[in-house]
Structures are given as structure tokens and as C-alpha cells.
Design a binder for this molecule. Structure first.
Ligand code: ARG
Length: 458
């Protein structure tokens, strides 16, 4: 029987009851529900809304329930309508009539909102820890490859040389932004405690919202009760943070998939992170990376679904909002799973430095440096650019690289060319001399790694 059943409202049909039920999904809010209920009960006692000793009994029983749940002694009754109903039913089972007082001055509308905020905050903490491990893993990989030259691409065409460390640190940056985004979201979540908003219009009981705000570790209470119970912005924001994060992981996965192909062979995956084919014995498939890439689809989907659920809802609470939780939980679970894989995934990626170097040596990746060489000698860059283009065309016709083309041939194109051109276009020089802050020069990348590691320890 639902907590709201009475003479006025008869029971639901069996099918409607199970359709309406959310306990399978919201059972994971149980500990948050106990925490929110604890703060509410303490407040009811302090304000004399219910006798203080009864409030204390409720509060300590809620703590006991948490302990019993953690030891496995208390099992959630899945026949209840939702987790809030279960908490009240269990409390009443334990305390009799006193237990029934916990819902005084409260609605499931502010209850679910506060639970979801407490839960999201905790999950964000977990996500941040996982992200830190992911960032540290990219930094660790980078440390080992600060002098490993590889092609940098634009339009997936060889563009300018970078190092594998420089590449890894690009992902460290992305994940770092993801981390700060989550920190911002958490800050905003904690800025508005919805508890005390009641169903939509607070209560005629003298609820002390500042007190529950302090007990629950919020920085302030929500200043409009109507908004407090209608608001799911934080959930959309979190789902959006996770979408951006999953986009980053998906790009990383995509590159790994391409680079581990026979065509590139820049990297290979150890057997621990690749699968075989049931028919083609030669295959090593990057399934984990493909899943990393693929799962971003469901994370984006969850975000769109939550936005769509919310978009037409009249204030305040509507049952549609029950749907939103399942979507958010799926994004959180998916991302936690993905992040947990990341450090080992990186560790188990073998880098083929020779292949990376060979690919850098082809494709005129030092063409910009040839043009820069002329520009440094006073030739306007646009002219230097055109001359270098002509040289490349010549090299292609004669089967030269910029390094193997004789000096005399260079001088046919411009008399500013001297023997130091070979030093200027040397792959190592062109990579390691990109010493501008944020560039691929090994000392710059080492500084970046150090900067990032310090940030992680802040
Ligand atoms: N199970 C509900 C949900 O998840 C709890 C809030 C119910 N409130 C209500 N007015 N029916 O949204």
C-alpha cells in the first residue's frame, strides 16, 4: 500500500502501481535519504515541532538504519513505491507511531530534491578522484616520451611535428577542465538546499532551513520554494559535464583505434586491452576503446533525454521528473566505468617510437620550418610560403625529401638558402625548438607535467 493511500484515495491497480514505482532506480538514494531525513528530524525537534526526545529517537534510528544497511542487515523492500516510502515505512516498523512523525512539514518533493543533490555531490567527489587518476596516468605516460617525435595533425593530414608527451598532455588538459567543471557544478549544487521547500510552498510549521542547511553541508538554502522543488538544473549540468568528458574520452579512443591500425602502427594494445576475432586469427581489436567511443552516445542521449523531460513541465513537481534520475544515474555509472579503465588502458598501450618517427620524416612535416627559415632571413612570409610550396612540388617530382634535397637545388629556388637549412629543417630541431610556452619542446612539456601534477595535489 502506498504511503498516500487513505479512504479518499483508494489503491492503485497492480499494473499502475508497478508503472508508478521507482524503487528499483532510486534505491541508490537510500543513504542520502537517511541523511536528509536525519537533518529534517533534528530540525523538527529543535523547533519544537515534534517533541525533542522523539526527534532524537528518529534521528538515532536513522543512523542505525544506515549502519544496518551497510552491514547488510537491512535490506530494501522492493515492493515499496519509492525509496522515500521505504525509509518512512522502515522507521515506522522500528519506532511505531514516532516513526510516522518524520514526514511532518516535509514532502517527497523537497525530499527527493535534497537526496538527489546529496547523492550527486558524493558521486562528483568520486568522479573527481577517478579523473585525477586519469590525468596522473596521462602525465606518467608523458614523462616517458618527452622526446618521442610524432606527427601532429590537422584535418588528419600531417601538419607539424610534436612529441607523444605533448599529445598525452593535451588529454591531461581536457580532463583537468572536466575536473574543474565538476567542481563548479558541485559548488552550485551546494549553494541551494531545497529541504524545507515542502511540496512547493514551504510549510506553516516554523521550519528552520538555515539549520538543515548547516547540518547537510550546504552553503545556503534555496530562496524560492517553488523553484527549489522544480529545479533539476544541477542534474542537467552534471549530465552535461559528463557529456563533455565522454566526448574527450571518445576522441582519445578514436585516435587509439586509428593509430593501432596496420596502416598507422603507431601504437599497439596489449592483449589485456584488445580482443580477438572469432573467425580471423590475425585480429587484435580495440574493443575497449570502441566501447569508450560508443558509450559517449548514451551519455549524450541521457543529457538530451533529461532536457526533453524537463522542457515542458509546469512548476512545481511533476512525476515526469522521476524519469530524470535513471538517466542521470546511467551517465554517472557509465562515466565512472570508463574512467576506471583509463589508467590501465594507457599503461597497456605500447608506443612504437620508430613508426612515429618514420611517419614524421615523410610528408614534408617540416615545410613550415623551411618557410620560417626564409622568413627569418627577411623574406616576407607569404613569399617564403610560396617558394616552399614550389620546393615541395619539386621534391615530389624528384623523389626527394626536404632533408635529402641537395643545397644547390635549394639555391635554385632562392639564393638565401645556405647550408644551415639542413639544421633548420632537422626533425629534432624543429620539434625541440618549439619552445614557446605550451609547445612540444621537451623542457616545456616537462614544465607542464610538473604544473599539472602540482594542480592535482592542490
Ligand atoms: N519517486 C518520486 C520521484 O522520484 C518521489 C517524489 C514523489 N512526489 C510526488 N509528488 N509524487 O520523483
Amino acid at each position: 500500500m502506498a504511503i498516500w493511500s487513505n479512504k479518499f484515495h483508494d489503491s492503485l491497480s497492480e499494473l499502475a502501481y508497478s508503472f508508478n514505482q521507482s524503487i528499483q532506480v532510486d534505491q541508490r538514494l537510500f543513504e542520502a535519504d537517511l541523511e536528509g531525513s536525519y537533518a529534517h528530524a533534528k530540525m523538527l525537534g529543535k523547533q519544537g515541532i515534534i517533541p525533542e526526545e522523539e526527534a532524537d529517537k528518529i534521528a538515532s534510528e536513522l543512523l542505525q538504519m544506515k549502519e544496518d544497511y551497510q552491514t547488510g542487515e537491512l535490506v530494501i523492500d522492493m515492493s515499496e513505491e519509492d525509496i522515500h516510502s521505504f525509509t518512512e515505512a522502515e522507521l515506522t516498523r522500528r519506532l511505531g507511531d514516532i516513526g510516522k512523525k518524520v514526514h511532518t512539514g516535509r514532502s517527497r518533493n523537497d525530499q527527493v530534491a535534497v537526496d538527489l543533490k546529496i547523492y550527486s555531490k558524493n558521486e562528483i567527489d568520486e568522479l573527481i578522484l577517478l579523473l585525477k587518476d586519469g590525468i596522473a596516468a596521462f602525465c606518467k605516460k608523458a614523462e616517458d616520451y618527452t622526446e618521442t617525435i610524432m606527427p601532429g595533425y590537422t584535418h588528419l593530414q600531417r601538419a607539424q611535428p610534436i612529441t607523444y608527451a605533448h599529445y598525452c598532455m593535451a588529454y591531461a588538459e581536457m580532463l583537468y577542465r572536466d575536473m574543474t567543471r565538476l567542481e563548479d557544478t558541485k559548488k552550485r549544487i551546494l549553494e541551494t538546499n531545497p529541504l524545507g521547500a515542502g511540496a512547493l510552498a514551504t510549510s506553516t510549521f516554523p521550519l528552520d532551513r538555515e539549520y538543515t542547511t548547516e547540518l547537510l553541508g550546504f552553503t545556503d538554502y534555496a530562496h524560492n520554494s517553488l523553484d527549489a522543488v522544480s529545479d533539476r538544473d544541477y542534474s542537467i549540468e552534471l549530465a552535461s559535464d559528463l557529456s563533455i568528458l565522454s566526448m574527450h574520452l571518445s576522441r582519445y579512443a578514436e585516435e587509439t583505434i586509428i593509430w593501432s591500425s596496420q596502416e598507422f602502427k603507431f601504437i599497439s594494445l596489449k592483449d589485456t586491452f584488445s580482443t580477438g576475432s572469432s573467425i580471423m586469427p590475425q585480429k587484435k581489436n580495440a574493443d575497449m576503446h570502441e566501447l569508450l567511443r560508443g558509450k559517449s552516445g548514451r551519455v549524450y542521449g541521457n543529457l538530451m533525454a533529461i532536457l526533453t523531460v524537463m522542457k515542458g513541465l509546469p512548476l512545481a513537481y511533476d512525476k515526469d521528473m522521476q524519469e530524470e534520475k535513471e538517466l542521470l544515474f546511467d551517465s554517472i555509472d557509465t562515466m565512472q566505468q570508463m574512467l576506471a579503465l583509463l589508467p590501465d588502458m594507457l599503461e597497456e598501450t605500447i608506443i612504437h617510437e620508430d613508426k612515429m618517427y618514420a611517419a614524421t620524416a615523410e610528408g614534408f612535416i617540416n615545410a613550415t620550418d623551411c618557410a620560417d627559415y626564409l622568413a627569418a632571413k627577411g623574406i616576407p612570409f607569404r613569399d617564403a610560403y610560396r617558394i616552399t610550396g614550389d620546393i615541395i612540388q619539386y621534391c615530389l617530382e624528384k623523389d626527394y625529401t626536404l632533408e635529402s634535397m641537395p643545397l644547390e637545388a635549394y639555391q635554385e629556388f632562392h639564393d638565401a638558402f645556405e647550408s644551415d637549412i639542413f639544421e633548420a629543417i632537422d626533425l629534432q630541431t624543429v620539434t625541440f625548438n618549439r619552445k614557446v610556452a605550451g609547445g612540444p619542446a621537451p623542457e616545456r612539456v616537462k614544465e607542464h607535467i610538473e604544473w599539472m601534477e602540482n594542480k592535482l595535489n592542490d
